[in-house]
Design a protein around this ligand. Structure first.
Ligand SMILES: NC(=O)c1ccc[n+]([C@@H]2O[C@H](COP(=O)([O-])OP(=O)(O)OC[C@H]3O[C@@H](n4cnc5c(N)ncnc54)[C@H](OP(=O)(O)O)[C@@H]3O)[C@@H](O)[C@H]2O)c1
Length: 320
């Protein structure tokens, strides 16, 4: 070990160099003791906005409302400020890798990481959309599965101790799972499916949907349902990896359904208000430190749902 004799040196990177030691400990302390921070994707309206409102009241730290369109996000933030809430604003389009990288760098620079990520951004088929089933499959899986997976993979390494990821999935995915062929169900529910295998299955669904062959190949006739099955299966896979590779970090990742919420997505239907729908995602986001469960689960009304075991007599229409 080299003993630096220059009292002002901070560049030798030797812990015996007093200035280097002091600067490093000071920086680490600032980062570790900085405010906690939560990011909610797709939060200018609907459920995401209600989650931001609830967190502004219940989370001890900075709450980021994120918007694809910054002027629109700024207007929503101003509305919330008039209610006495103080969210911060970030530009984020989860399908744009440049936007994800900019968000990542922002949280690294300003907070040294992130405490909670709520992956709420999502899309559903529009009523009367003339696009083919195949092109809807490509578009909807791109946002609900592939881009949300990018968010998980980019932000998981940034999550601080006792961090939380909440993936907003849907009961439609849960039900649709049991409309898959027995072979597909077996793989999607297995405890040894890898992220690579899941990604390949989701790509296969898109390809078979585009070829008009998805039903013959054992898939259900629901793009939205398959996109959310993918998200729920991803959550289980990433939770297993967290348990195996970094149990000491205390990070929890879960998926959930908010219920049937009145929003642009469900207009003019939905039985819950967005505030009621926000209850379970916010509950999962605020699970206290040192909580071990739920981990990798699908949660509805704060209750863990059994993943393997078919709900009987289930039928669905395409919708959230
Ligand atoms: N409503 C329900 O009954 C229900 C039930 C189960 C699950 N969910 C899930 O809950 C989540 C929110 O649904 P909601 O009902 O609130 O829908 P919504 O009113 O249509 O809002 C969707 C939000 O996602 C954002 N978004 C879409 N694509 C995005 C992208 N590429 N990058 C960033 N943001 C994006 C939208 O942003 P813009 O404003 O820029 O378009 C909007 O803020 C979705 O994941 C949905 O699948 C909803």
């Amino acid at each position: 070990m080299i003993l630096c004799i220059n009292p002002y040196c901070v560049s030798c990177k030797d812990w015996w160099c007093a200035p280097y030691y002091i600067v490093t400990v000071y920086t680490l302390t600032l980062v570790m003791s900085g405010p906690q921070v939560v990011l909610v994707t797709g939060s200018t309206r609907g459920l995401g906005l209600a989650i931001v409102q609830a967190l502004c009241q219940g989370f001890k730290g900075d709450v980021y409302l994120s918007a694809r369109d910054v002027p629109r996000g700024a207007m929503v933030v101003e509305d919330l400020q008039r209610e006495g809430l103080k969210p911060k604003l970030l530009q984020l389009d989860i399908t744009d890798p440049v936007s994800i990288q900019a968000a990542r760098q922002h949280f690294m620079k300003e907070y040294g990481g992130l405490d909670v990520l709520i992956n709420n951004a999502g899309i559903a088929p529009k009523r009367g959309d003339p696009a083919s089933f195949g092109s809807q499959a490509e578009r909807i899986l791109q946002t609900n599965f592939f881009a949300t997976r990018d968010m998980c993979n980019e932000f998981l390494p940034l999550l601080k101790k006792d961090g939380r990821i909440v993936n907003v999935a849907s009961i439609v995915g849960y039900i649709t799972l049991y409309m898959c062929s027995p072979d597909l169900q077996a793989r999607l529910c297995s405890d040894d499916i890898t992220e690579e295998e899941l990604v390949a299955l989701m790509k296969r669904f898109v390809a078979e949907a585009k070829a008009g062959d998805h039903i013959n190949k054992g898939w259900p006739n629901s793009v939205y349902g398959v996109s959310k099955i993918g998200l729920m299966a991803l959550t289980r896979i990433q939770a297993r990896r967290l348990r195996r590779e970094m149990p000491q970090r205390g990070i929890l990742i879960n998926s959930c359904c908010p219920g049937w919420v009145k929003s642009d997505m469900t207009y003019p239907n939905g039985t819950k208000t967005p505030a009621e729908g926000a209850d379970t995602p916010v509950y999962l986001a605020l699970l206290p430190p040192a909580t071990l469960e739920p981990q990798g689960e699908f949660v509805v009304d704060r209750q863990v749902q059994v993943w393997a075991g078919s709900p009987t007599g289930a039928t669905i229409n395409e919708g959230p």
